[in-house]
Design a protein around this ligand. Structure first.
Ligand code: AMP
Ligand code: ZN
Length: 463
C-alpha cells in the first residue's frame, strides 16, 4: 500500500516516492526553547511522530531531523521584535544557554510523555553557526543577498518562484506592506540571513561583517542540508510557517544549491482553545503539566489529538479532554476483554480489518478513520487475535495498548436484600452446604447482581 500525502507545494495529495527506495528523510521545524511547549506546539509534534510511525509501519527506514532553535527567532516570525531567547534571558536574569538547556530538557520530557519518538538527530542552531555563515557567504557571492547597516538580507526579487508555497505575490506584498521599519531593505519582505549585533546583545559570533547572529530561517536550511542532503523527502511544520519561514527556506536553499530542496511539504493545522486562539493574556496556553495536574494521563491527550486529522483544526476544551479520557478508558477495557479470551478469530476477518486500517493511515494519515476501524473491530466476539492485531495497529497509534490493566469494576451501592442473601450464602459455604450456596447465587443473579468469592468473603457487581 502506497502512502499518499497532501503536498502544500502542489496543493494536492500525491503518492510519496522517496528519493532512495525504502528510506525517507524528514526535517521538522523544532521548538524555540525559551519557554515550555504548549499543547498546540505538541500537536505539531504528535503529527511529526504519526508521519514517522506510518512510514515505519509501511516498512520504510526513517531518518528524522528536528532542530532546536536556541538563537535568532524574533518575536515576529519576520525580522521585527526582540530575540525570543534574549527576551527570556532579560526577564529571568539567566543566560540564553541556561534557558535553552532547561527548556530543551523539558521539551524532551514532554515528547517522551506523549510517546513521540525522539527524532534520529536533534541539532542545536548554536552548534551550527559555521554552517550557517557558509550559506550566507555563498548567497552574497552569488548575488542573491546584500549587506545593509544592520545585517545581510536575502533579496526575494532575485528568486522568481518566491511565493509559490503560500500563493503570495511580491507586488501585493510591496503595496500592502506596513510602514517599513527597516528602511535599508530593497523589498519589504526581504529577510535577514544574518543580523549585526548591538554590543549588549547576549548571543553573538564573529563573522566577515563583524559580530552578529543568524536569522531564524537560515538555521533550517543549513541543518537540513547538513543532515539530509541538498534535496530531501519531507519537510514538516505548522501552517503558520507556510507564508514566511518555509517560503524563505525554499528561496535561500534553492538559490544556494541550485536545486529544489524538498519534495513534499507537509503542514499541520492549529489547535484552538475553547474555539479561539491560545494566548498568555487569556491564561489558556496549557502545558503537559497542566493536563497531568487535572488528572489526565499524557497518553489521553495523545488520544485526543489522534481523533482529528492533522490538516483540520482541533479545538481543545476540558470537556473534550474528559470525553477523550472516558473513551480511552472504555477502549482499554474492551482491549482487556479481548486480551483475556482464548477464542480464535478467522484470518479473513483479521485481514479485512488490517486492510481497512492500512487504507486509512496511508490516505494522508487518516488516523481518526483508523481509530474508527479499531472501535468496530473491538465489537467482534472477544478474542486474543483481535487484541494482538490492535497491538500491531498501536505501532502507529502509540497509545500504550501493551500496558493495559484489568479495568477497575465500578463501585455500586448494593441493596440490603442482596447483601442479606450474600451473607446467607457465606454461612452456607462455611457449612459446606454447596447446594444451598448455589441456590442463593442463582437467586442473586436473578435479581440482576453477580457474586464472586474472594479471599476475604465475596464481591458483588452488576450482572
Ligand atoms: P515554535 O516553538 O514557536 O517555533 O513552534 C513550534 C511548532 O508549534 C511549530 O511547528 C508551530 O507551527 C507549532 N504551533 C505553534 N502554535 C500552535 C498552535 N496553536 N497549534 C498547533 N501548532 C502550533
Ligand atoms: Zn524551520
Amino acid at each position: 500500500m502506497q502512502l499518499r500525502v497532501y503536498n502544500t507545494l502542489n496543493r494536492k495529495k500525491e503518492e510519496l516516492i522517496p528519493i532512495k527506495p525504502g528510506q525517507v528523510g524528514i526535517y521538522s521545524c523544532g521548538p524555540t526553547v525559551y519557554k515550555y511547549a504548549h499543547i498546540g506546539n505538541l500537536r505539531a509534534y504528535v503529527f511529526m511522530d504519526e508521519l514517522r510511525r506510518v512510514l515505519e509501519y509501511d516498512g520504510m527506514k526513517v531518518k528524522s531531523v528536528m532542530n532546536i532553535t536556541d538563537v535568532g527567532h524574533l518575536v515576529s516570525d519576520a525580522d521585527d521584535g526582540e530575540d525570543k531567547m534574549q527576551k527570556s534571558a532579560n526577564e529571568t536574569g539567566k543566560s540564553p544557554l541556561e534557558i535553552a538547556a532547561f527548556y530543551t530538557d523539558q521539551f524532551m520530557k514532554d515528547i517522551d510523555a506523549l510517546n513521540i519518538k525522539r527524532p534520529t538527530i536533534t541539532p542545536k542552531a548554536t552548534d551550527n553557526i559555521p554552517e550557517m555563515l557558509k550559506v550566507v557567504e555563498d548567497l552574497l557571492e552569488k548575488g542573491y543577498a546584500y549587506e545593509t547597516e544592520d545585517g545581510i538580507y536575502f533579496s526575494v526579487e532575485k528568486f522568481p518562484n518566491y511565493g509559490r508555497l503560500s500563493g503570495i505575490n511580491l507586488d501585493d506584498q510591496r503595496h500592502g506592506a506596513r510602514v517599513e521599519v527597516n528602511t535599508f531593505k530593497r523589498h519589504p519582505i526581504d529577510f535577514a540571513l544574518w543580523k549585526k549585533a548591538a554590543p549588549n546583545h547576549l548571543q553573538q559570533w564573529p563573522s566577515p561583517w563583524g559580530m552578529g547572529f543568524p536569522g531564524w530561517h537560515i538555521e533550517c536550511t543549513a541543518m537540513s542540508k547538513k543532515y539530509l542532503g541538498a534535496t530531501f523527502d519531507i519537510h514538516t511544520g505548522g501552517v503558520d510557517h507556510i507564508p514566511i519561514h518555509h517560503e524563505n527556506e525554499i528561496a535561500q536553499a534553492e538559490c544556494w544549491l541550485g536545486c529544489r530542496p524538498v519534495n513534499y511539504w507537509m503542514h499541520s493545522e492549529f489547535m484552538l482553545i475553547d474555539g479561539g486562539k491560545m494566548s498568555k493574556s487569556l491564561g489558556n496556553t496549557y502545558t503537559v503539566s497542566d493536563i497531568v495536574e487535572r488528572g489526565y494521563a499524557p497518553v489521553m491527550f495523545r488520544y485526543f489529538c489522534l481523533n482529528v486529522q492533522y490538516r483540520q483544526k482541533i479545538n481543545f476544551t476540558w470537556e473534550g479532554m474528559e470525553g477523550a479520557k472516558n473513551a480511552y478508558n472504555k477502549l482499554c477495557a474492551q482491549l482487556w476483554a479481548h486480551k483475556t479470551s482464548n477464542v480464535p478469530t478467522d484470518k479473513a476477518v483479521l485481514d479485512d480489518y488490517t486492510k481497512k486500517f492500512e487504507d486509512a493511515i496511508n490516505d494522508d494519515l487518516n488516523i481518526p478513520l483508523a481509530i474508527g476501524v479499531l472501535w468496530t473491530m473491538l465489537k467482534e466476539p472477544k478474542s486474543k487475535d483481535i487484541y494482538n492485531l490492535a497491538l500491531k495497529f498501536d505501532k502507529v497509534f502509540a497509545l500504550d495498548f501493551d500496558k493495559i490493566k484489568e479495568p477497575e469494576r465500578p463501585k455500586i451501592d448494593v441493596p440490603a436484600n442482596i447483601t442479606a442473601l450474600a451473607e446467607e450464602r457465606l454461612l452456607a459455604r462455611k457449612a459446606k452446604n454447596w447446594a444451598e450456596s448455589d441456590r442463593l447465587r442463582d437467586q442473586i443473579n436473578a435479581l440482576g447482581y453477580a457474586i464472586k468469592d474472594t479471599a476475604t468473603g465475596y464481591e458483588i457487581t452488576l450482572k
